[in-house]
Write a protein that binds this ligand. Structure first.
Ligand code: NAD
Length: 286
């Protein structure tokens, strides 16, 4: 997809972080924007700011874990703009701590948003794009946690590995039927956004009764620190992602230093070694 001016972008998780940065970039490129998020108030603020600056944008409060809500989002998009050219399946949340300590609600919430949110987006929007038979593109936000498996992030890692597998398969499947619809897989490392405060978006039905365990408190503290210390901004990630869409590149790995750990993981598999700890840099692992 080489041209963006006048085209229609749908962005989930658009009220904060990467989603908001995709919206700002899309607005600068003259795109029509359909912005979705579970946080209706913050979403309204984003749309208000963008439209005040001259952008063409609508807010559609949406819980991406709900398939019916994604179907309604697609209908709102077609009603407002008639088409959809660029879809960011981006909304995501995390929960950390030892994998056996994660509650059933943690699994349902993180998989509901990170995996089913992307699956619903692909299920609902891909047929519309294929029917249009004009250049279109889907970007699924995974994470480096979909390429390696850092400790004390088991639920999040598993969800992002699922997004990697789903999106690699989407690539193959699209190539069988269309030269017009492409897809990319976004895998960033830590970037300062609201991701470490994801609990704010946890629906009541998936709240935990029990207080967090020691491993969960420690992992949450470490996550907040790591996210805060990220050197790239959400705007940098948006630039890199739009470049990849323009060039029809599949893998968007924004932090190349992580590739050393990805390589070690692949070698561990190839040589059937026990998994190396990716939180220990490969050259210091001894
Ligand atoms: N920031 C990072 O360090 C980092 C690194 C790798 C991957 N990611 C991924 O990037 C994506 C965007 O996260 P971010 O860093 O911008 O975080 P963020 O918290 O700033 O933004 C995420 C947005 O998703 C929304 N959201 C949460 N649950 C939702 C739901 N059920 N339906 C609709 N919207 C929902 C939130 O309200 C929020 O506005 C996520 O998929 C995340 O896993 C982030």
């Amino acid at each position: 997809m080489e041209r963006f001016d006048g085209k229609v972008a749908v962005i989930t998780g658009a009220a904060s972080g990467f989603g908001r940065a995709f919206a700002q970039k899309g607005a600068r490129l003259g795109m029509k924007l359909v912005l979705a998020d579970i946080d209706g108030d913050a979403l309204g603020d984003v749309v208000e700011t963008l439209t005040a600056a001259g952008a063409d944008a609508i807010a559609v409060p949406t819980d991406v874990s709900d398939g019916g809500a994604l179907e309604a989002l697609a209908q709102r998009t077609l009603d407002a703009y008639g088409k959809v050219h660029l879809l960011f399946n981006n909304a995501g949340v995390g929960a950390s701590g030892f994998v056996w300590e994660m509650s059933a609600s943690d699994w349902s919430w993180v998989f509901g948003v990170n995996v089913m949110g992307v699956a619903h987006g692909v299920r609902v929007f891909t047929p519309i794009m294929l029917r249009q038979d004009e250049p279109a593109h889907i970007v699924n936000t995974a994470s480096v946690a979909g390429l390696i498996s850092p400790p004390a992030m088991g639920v999040y890692n598993a969800s992002k590995h699922a997004v990697v597998a789903l999106t690699e398969t989407l690539y193959h499947d699209l190539r069988r039927v269309s030269g017009q619809v492409g897809c990319s897989l976004l895998c960033p490392a830590f970037v300062p956004t609201g991701i470490a405060e994801g609990e704010r978006a946890r629906p009541a039905r998936w709240r935990n009764e029990a207080p967090p365990s020691a491993s969960q408190l420690l992992a949450a503290r470490e996550l907040r620190k790591a996210v805060r210390s990220g050197k790239l901004s959400a705007a940098d990630i948006a630039e890199a992602t739009f470049d990849a869409v323009r060039e029809n590149r599949f893998y968007v790995v924004t932090h190349p230093a992580i590739m050393a750990s990805v390589r070690v993981r692949h070698e561990d598999i190839e040589y059937m070694r026990a998994p190396s700890d990716p939180s220990v840099p490969p050259d210091s692992a001894g």
